[in-house]
Design a protein around this ligand. Structure first.
Ligand code: NAP
Length: 484
């Protein structure tokens, strides 16, 4: 099955922070892959902007090197690579200064879609928005793309929303959460709302509980200062896991349009109960074969920042009353894996007797690695003799199901950057969603600070602190393996 490529309108995309890690490793390779897929119109260009005094040619060389590393298959096509590089330009520019904006303006066309990607530190987001407006670079077809983190707490997120709103309408602001660009996340909506099979069962009557795991095997890698101020709660839970929770728990929107979807997600966040302190486990990784312990890594021997958090959340509404949502995320865990497990209830009565054991259906939605969906169903173990039951997976790995050209599903950034150009905000967070997520997160963090909470140590390369297992065990449940 070949996916259809619909070309976008002509565009100018300015990447502030074009020389940085995110731009070089994710954004530019994503744009190149879309270029190779034929999604670019003839009239489209990318302009990198950062303080480094590159000439356009020197910047192109940097980009070429990154593409060879991060889009190796496509960059082997020398013609494609050279044609793409001709569409790449560069302007040295300091976001904190008023010089050089006229040079940037001179490179932009009046009538094209104009997107400004803020791939710089969050302290520059407000300044950039102000300067784009002040230097008259905003047109009716202008969009701004704002990276994470969007604020540090509710107050700072509100302040940033207010600054952006002073210069741009909500319809022009694209707050990125790259989890929403993952193919499986969108498939979650297709599975839920495109099939009759699941929706009647998608509630507390049939679902025992839901587990959302975002496990990383890496540590903090060059982000020590930021991470020690943020921790897993701010860095992952408030945004990525919250967004996944919303997509699992939300009511069917009337249509698949940006505000209808985001209205339903917002209702979920607003229906979240405050989390009881004994329903949260915080952890900090110890030293292990893959490196130093957390405190040595961040160079802060007294740090009480968590590199792991697990919690039990409740969505207090008609559909989910009584169904817990267990969420966990951490660094330096045994595997890199993001998976949502919808754990259905046992059949109300087993006609096969106690010896047949307990069997419940599990719908696993794997975001990474090996994106796909698995449904565990109970069948009879083959062979003569008694009626022995066994759980087997009905596996829908997208690569297998959809053919070889889907072996490598598009990176989330490919989808999201093209959505910006198309003007489709469905997979981007709205300002009120971000604020509601912080309003839920802030009291949890304030509670830790008030109690002087210290995270529990856990072994690097493990599944996290033992208390996270207890969180489940107390409820008579257990985590599914990190990599099912
Ligand atoms: P980075 O590697 O430190 O790059 C920062 C970029 O900003 C560089 O190009 C830098 O170039 C430029 N810059 C810094 N100060 C500037 C100024 N005053 N004016 C203009 N440009 C300036 O950071 P990054 O990892 O790419 O992250 C960028 C943003 O994406 C951050 O908000 C981060 O939180 C977010 N993010 C990153 C990742 C990731 O995987 N890297 C993932 C999710 C979100 P010059 O020094 O030459 O100016």
């Amino acid at each position: 099955m070949v996916s259809r490529v619909i070309p976008v309108d002509p565009f100018d995309l300015v990447i502030f922070g074009g020389t940085g890690d995110l731009a070089q490793r994710k954004i530019l390779p994503a744009l190149f892959r879309r270029f190779c897929a034929g999604q670019w119109p003839d009239d489209a260009q990318i302009i990198g902007a950062a303080r480094a005094e590159y000439t356009p040619d020197a910047f192109r060389e940097v980009v070429a090197e990154s593409l060879r590393s991060h889009a190796p298959a496509q960059s082997r096509n020398a013609d494609a690579l050279n044609t793409f590089l001709q569409r790449v330009d560069y302007v040295p520019l300091d976001a904190l200064s008023d010089t050089a904006w006229d040079r940037l303006a001179a490179k932009l066309a009046d009538d094209r879609v104009r997107a400004f990607y803020f791939s710089v530190g969050p302290q520059l987001f407000g300044q950039l928005a102000e300067r784009i407006k002040h230097h008259d670079l905003a047109t009716p077809k202008t969009r701004i793309v704002v990276e994470k983190p969007f604020g540090h707490d509710l107050e700072s997120a509100r302040a940033l929303n207010a600054t952006l709103a002073a210069h741009f309408s909500e319809g022009q602001i694209y707050r990125i959460d790259h989890y929403l660009g993952k193919e499986t996340v969108q498939n979650l909506m297709a599975v839920r709302f495109g099939n009759m099979l699941f929706e009647p069962l998608w509630n507390s009557q049939y679902v025992d509980h839901i587990q959302i795991t975002v496990a990383e095997s890496v540590g903090i890698d060059g982000r020590e200062e930021y991470y020690d101020r943020a921790g897993a709660m701010r860095d992952m839970m408030q945004n990525h896991l919250m967004q996944l929770l919303c997509l699992i728990a939300m009511e069917p929107p009337a249509k698949f349009d940006p505000d209808a979807v985001r209205d339903e997600k917002l209702k979920v966040i607003r229906a979240l109960d405050p989390v009881e302190p004994h329903h949260i486990v915080r952890g900090q990784f110890d030293a292990g074969p893959s490196g130093a312990g957390y405190r040595d890594t961040v160079g802060n021997p007294r740090s009480t920042t968590e590199s792991y958090v697990a919690l039990r959340a409740h969505v207090s509404n008609w559909r989910w009353a009584g169904t817990p949502f267990y969420l966990r995320t951490g660094k330096r865990l045994i595997e890199r894996s993001s998976v949502i497990n919808v754990m259905f209830k046992d059949a109300p009565h087993s006609i096969f007797g106690a010896d047949a054991g307990r069997h419940a259906n599990v719908l696993s939605i794997r975001l990474q690695p090996n994106e796909g969906i698995t449904l565990k169903v109970t069948i009879k173990e083959p062979g003569p003799g008694g009626m022995r039951l066994v759980d087997v997976p009905l596996d829908m790995s997208f690569a297998e199901a959809l053919g070889s050209e889907n072996q490598d599903p598009p990176d989330a950034y490919e989808r999201l950057v093209m959505d910006v150009i198309r003007g489709n905000q469905t997979l981007f967070m709205r300002g009120d969603e971000v604020e509601a997520a912080w309003a839920w997160t802030d009291p949890i963090i304030a509670g830790w600070q008030a109690r002087g909470d210290v995270p529990k140590p856990y072994d690097s390369g493990s599944t996290g602190p033992g208390d996270a297992e207890l969180l489940m065990k107390r409820d008579g449940r257990r985590w599914q393996g990190i990599n099912p």
